[in-house]
Design a protein around this ligand. Structure first.
Ligand code: ADP
Length: 587
């Protein structure tokens, strides 16, 4: 049923195209037909009586006027009739013109000398041929014209019986079907071309629809991930803070301490998995913007060495970083994340042997390579491992073995930075992942990393500081308050801007730093809360925002307000480092 319907609508569409093309081209041909017929009549009228040429002339003029009238109407308002109706109008009036030609010429022929008879037959043949070749888009009008013009003449030629007329009869008899066949052929080619074009248009439309669907699905997924991780982060944030606090309690029995330790490990691993999911949702939502600058790759190596050496030693694997004096142009934080992912993979998939991290220069490109002597990767998997959630040999999806997102994050980050990533590996022969980064032009750099390392900061004393917390989630508020108090801070906490302002109204001791949740209520957010407190105390009062919302809007709002933003779940040591950093006299 629907197949039939589709077929019908396809035929209609092709017919509409044919009629449109016919109407675009047939105006001049229509007028030329009337002129040619008039010229022939002028040439022969002295040999024939008026009743033989006057009525056919009237028929041809009437047909020409009507065709011309409908051509103009069609151009003005094609929607007035269906394509079929417009086509039929031209067909009937072309048939009328053809009858004028056929009957008129057949009536005139017997009274004419042979030379004029030849003229009439030749003009009829040429005009038919030209009408057929011009009307190939929509053939019925030219077909009717040709048949009506030639058939009466063919019949008369057959009846004369002498040699000349018999030859003319045979010639026209061959000419007529050939002309009609030619018109059929050309029309077929035209209709096929129109059909192909319509099919292509349909395909393009379908492709656009499919693309829109895929884009929508991808946006939905990103939104789902961002909001799901936001909802998960709130309780997890509180859990991590409470476990941090519990772990610091020296009065616990050794059995309880070991249970707290295991709970802490589980929460940390949950938080790590969640962070990985978040990283990819942030990359998808284009929240992450690279911040490129010139820096020494060696400084990144030093940091990674400090971080991974204990892990490698614990596993009995030799990890070495080959010294490099290269200066590169990249984002140190994002490139650090990429290398971190590659090195932790190398450690995970290497049971014995060594891991070497080093650089190779290729003109103005530096290839930073992570070599391992691990299990290796089959060549048919080299592309697939960069896909999301793709893992080799973790069919049981053991979370301890990762999520299969590490290399997907690596690939997206590398693309975001405009760098390249390559892989050489064979099963049993280890692997080499290489990130290609542009070398910096600027050799005047003093070699310091443009981002702050955490060493030394923790020495800044948090004891005695008066910290204002504005957080509407009670668990997190209480958790943060307890943690800060355990560091010797004097904490004042509330769930809204109005509440904290009310509490501070009669309070003489000034606040020295603010920690505010970003999303407080519909009418005010963390930025407003910080602004209100800064107005009360001083404009440069240290402040930071925390949030569970990974949307781009929140990120941009924090950046525009020039406020540091921490994502929940916030671990105790991260909170401490951030707090210390904003309270540094130089900050
Ligand atoms: P995950 O490590 O969480 O499984 P990744 O996206 O980081 O996810 O890696 C995808 C897959 O690629 C891994 O499951 C592993 O099979 C393979 N792989 C990645 N790095 C290495 C490596 N250095 N050596 C061997 N296999 C690796």
């Amino acid at each position: 049923m629907s197949e039939h319907f589709l077929q019908e609508s396809k035929i209609d569409a092709i017919r509409a195209e044919q009629v449109m093309a016919f109407y675009a081209e047939s105006d001049i041909q229509n007028l030329a037909g009337a002129v040619v017929f008039s010229l022939v009549v002028i040439a022969v009228y002295q040999f024939v009586s008026p009743w033989k040429y006057a009525p056919p002339l009237a028929m041809v003029y009437l047909a020409t006027i009507m065709r011309s009238y409908y051509i103009r109407r069609y151009h003005r308002a094609p929607e007035l009739r269906s394509a079929d109706q417009w086509g039929k109008l031209q067909t009937w009036y072309s048939a009328l013109a053809g009858l004028g030609w056929g009957i008129g010429f057949t009536l005139m022929l017997p009274s004419l000398p042979p030379a004029y008879q030849l003229l009439i037959v030749a003009v009829s043949a040429v005009s038919s041929a030209s009408s057929v070749s011009e009307g190939f888009s929509y053939v019925w009008p030219s077909r009717m014209f040709t048949i009506a013009t030639l058939v009466p003449q063919i019949i008369w030629l057959a009846t004369v019986g002498d040699r000349l007329h018999t030859i003319l009869f045979v010639l026209l008899l061959i000419f007529l079907p050939m002309t009609l066949w030619l018109s059929f052929k050309r029309n077929h080619i035209f209709a096929h071309a129109v059909e192909l074009r319509l099919q292509n248009e349909l395909l393009v439309k379908e492709l656009i629809q499919q693309r829109d669907l895929v884009e929508q699905a991808s946006r939905d997924k990103t939104r789902f991930l961002a909001s799901a991780s936001h909802d998960l982060r709130q309780p997890l944030s509180a859990l991590v803070l409470f476990l941090d606090l519990l772990g610091a309690d020296r009065q616990l029995s050794s059995q309880s301490q070991s249970m707290v330790l295991r709970a802490h490990q589980a929460a940390n691993s949950l938080s790590g998995l969640l962070m990985t999911l978040l990283d990819i949702s942030k990359l998808d939502a284009s929240i992450v913007k690279p911040n490129r600058c010139t820096f020494a790759v060696q400084l990144l190596f030093k940091e990674l060495e400090n971080e991974f050496l204990p892990v490698a030693q614990g596993k009995g694997i030799q990890l070495s970083f080959v010294f490099s004096s290269a200066l590169i142009d990249s984002d140190p934080v994002l490139l650090g994340q990429v290398l971190r992912n590659l090195i932790s993979n190398a450690l995970r998939y290497t049971d014995s042997g060594r891991i070497v991290v080093g650089c190779r220069h290729k003109r103005d490109i530096l290839s930073i390579e992570v070599h391992d002597t691990g299990i290796g990767i089959p060549s048919d998997q080299h592309e697939a491992i960069f896909r999301e959630f793709y893992q080799i040999g973790n069919k049981e999806r053991d979370r301890q073995k990762g999520l299969g997102l590490g290399l997907a994050i690596v690939k997206r980050t590398v693309q975001l930075l405009g760098h390249g990533i390559g892989l050489r590996s064979r099963p049993g022969n280890g692997s080499c992942f290489a990130v290609t980064v542009p070398m910096a032009q600027d050799f005047m750099n003093d070699g310091t990393l443009p981002f702050r390392t955490e060493s030394g900061q923790a020495e800044f004393n948090t004891r005695g500081q008066r910290i204002a917390i504005i957080e509407n989630e009670e668990d997190i508020r209480v958790g943060m308050q307890s943690i800060l108090q355990s560091w010797g801070c004097d904490v004042i906490a509330a769930n809204s801007t109005d509440a904290i302002m009310g509490m501070l109204e009669h309070d003489r001791k000034p606040v020295t730093a603010i920690i505010s949740d970003f999303g407080l209520s519909d009418s005010s957010n963390g930025i407003d809360a910080i602004a209100a407190l800064r107005q009360r105390y001083r404009a440069n009062l240290p402040a930071l925002l925390i949030t569970g919302d990974t949307t781009r809007e929140t990120y941009v709002a924090a950046q525009e307000a020039n406020l540091p933003l921490l994502y929940k779940p916030v671990k105790a040591e991260v909170l401490r480092t951030a707090l210390v950093e904003i309270m540094q006299p130089s900050a």
